[in-house]
Design a protein around this ligand. Structure first.
Ligand code: PGA
Ligand code: ZN
Length: 433
């Protein structure tokens, strides 16, 4: 054991806190020898990829089976013992200690919710100890000259799929302010679109409250209706669709497809992968859509390829369930030409080190990367700092309502203030890169 220094981890403590769906989740506090504290909370997905790190839940009667007492026990017991005495500035060593302790490929023993909360808390502790905000700590470590810019926001307007009682099959109808001059303007334009969309929905009598990520829960009869309404909302907001504000979809097709077959329940339609690809390419051609995530299900590499071949070359094609923030999967998919962008969700990987490896794999393969929240979120703003500090060009957080979402968009505004600029990456970097 190395001699104790200011950055040595002296304690790990977990507590049960509550997420935006009112479900239990893991919060970790990591204390260093000089008293510095790092704190982080694990988010939770609902439309989860089957190869993600395991979100360890107790099952049983409490809180619908969502309780996390075992994950807390692992954090306060085995994880605490394994990482106390390690240096918080050596994130790789801390994460490796947890990976070794767990001993499974998917954090099944300790729980990915335990390991990601601790891993992020260690990172916060090290940054706090250095006296720097987390984004700056990470940027400095990365060694890139100059200052970072803000990521371009991808913001949900309508929520469907697993986040809205499957009222429509497609999960996210989002906007990307592709023509915005800076991050502030991107948020301001999105706010106008959100308000306009709400008015249109209310007038048409199709407003049913908000979905899990804060987007409108729409009572549309066809999925395409949401895309059409989104164009109307952008226009009603006084903005130019496709020029100033573009559309982005997360199809989340794993939720309604298997073995190359897909079923749109809302429209009572069964489809092959080729038919789904054709339908989506039709939408891309009819609407100002710049990005499509998980157009096919996680088990359908052939479908991803079929879609990538049929889609316009400028379209951003994003893998979420298909890649599960796994460096090896990112490399393979990029090599095969199945997609050109990776969604990066820390709790899919289970540690910061593995998350960064997936992010770097995307960058090294020359494809894009979007740092992303989950549908179950909290006041934790770590991902905003990861996006800025790692130089990610895009950030996906859900909609433009509810504090677990706004806390992240607002954190970006604070970072912009600290930087003295709300500049976004150069426009040429989009729609993907
Ligand atoms: P999840 O959904 O957090 O429920 O998995 C988000 C997404 O699919 O991008
Ligand atoms: Zn997704």
């Amino acid at each position: 054991m190395t001699a104790s220094s200011a950055t040595t981890i002296t304690a790990v403590k977990a507590r049960r806190v509550w997420d935006s769906r009112g479900r239990p989740t893991v919060e970790a506090d990591v204390t260093l020898a000089d008293g510095s504290l790092g704190r982080a909370i694990a988010p939770a997905g609902a439309s989860r990829g089957s190869n993600e790190a395991i979100d360890l839940r107790d099952a049983g009667p409490r809180f619908g089976g969502w309780d996390v007492t075992e994950a807390l026990r692992q954090t306060n017991g085995a994880i605490n013992q394994a990482i106390v005495g390690l240096d918080a500035t050596d994130q790789a060593a801390v994460d490796q200690a947890m990976i070794d302790l767990d001993g499974t490929p998917n954090k099944a023993n300790l729980g990915g919710n335990a390991t990601i909360a601790v891993s992020m808390a260690v990172l916060h502790a090290a940054a706090n100890q250095s006296g720097q905000p987390l984004w700056k700590y990470l940027w400095t470590q990365g060694g890139t000259p100059g200052l970072p810019v803000l990521p371009l926001p991808e913001i949900q307007i309508f929520g469907g799929g697993a986040h809205a009682g499957r009222r429509i099959d497609v999960q996210d109808f989002m906007v990307i302010a592709t023509g915005a001059d800076d991050y502030e303007q991107a948020l301001a334009w999105t706010a106008e679109v959100y308000i306009a969309a709400g008015k249109i929905m209310a007038e048409r009598g199709v407003l049913q409250g908000v979905a899990d990520e804060g987007g409108f829960w729409p009572a549309f009869d066809a999925n395409e209706d949401a895309a059409e309404t989104l164009v109307q909302a952008i226009e009603k907001a006084g903005l130019k669709p496709g020029e100033q504000v573009s559309i982005s979809l997360d199809i989340a097709a794993s939720e309604f497809g298997k073995n190359g077959r897909y079923r749109l329940a809302r429209e009572d339609r069964d489809m092959s992968r080729e038919e789904l690809a054709e339908m989506l390419v039709g939408w891309v051609n009819r609407y100002p859509i710049v990005s499509v995530e998980d157009p096919m299900s996680e088990d359908d590499a052939e479908g991803f390829l079929a879609f990538a071949q049929a889609a316009p070359k400028t379209l951003q094609i994003v893998g979420d369930d298909f890649l599960v923030t796994n460096a090896g999967r990112v490399r393979a998919a990029a090599r095969d030409g199945a997609l050109n962008c990776a969604l990066i969700k820390p709790n899919q990987a289970g540690t910061i080190t593995e998350t960064k490896a997936a992010f770097d794999a995307a960058r090294d393969a020359g494809i894009g990367a979007i740092v992303s929240a989950r549908s179950g979120e909290t006041e934790d703003v770590t991902i905003v700092h990861l996006a800025v500090g790692w130089g990610a060009k895009q950030l996906k957080v859900g909609s433009f309502t509810r504090s677990e979402r706004m806390v992240k968009w607002n954190e970006g505004l604070r970072v912009a203030d600290a930087l003295g600029s709300a500049a976004l990456p150069p426009r040429a970097a989009f729609p993907w890169g």
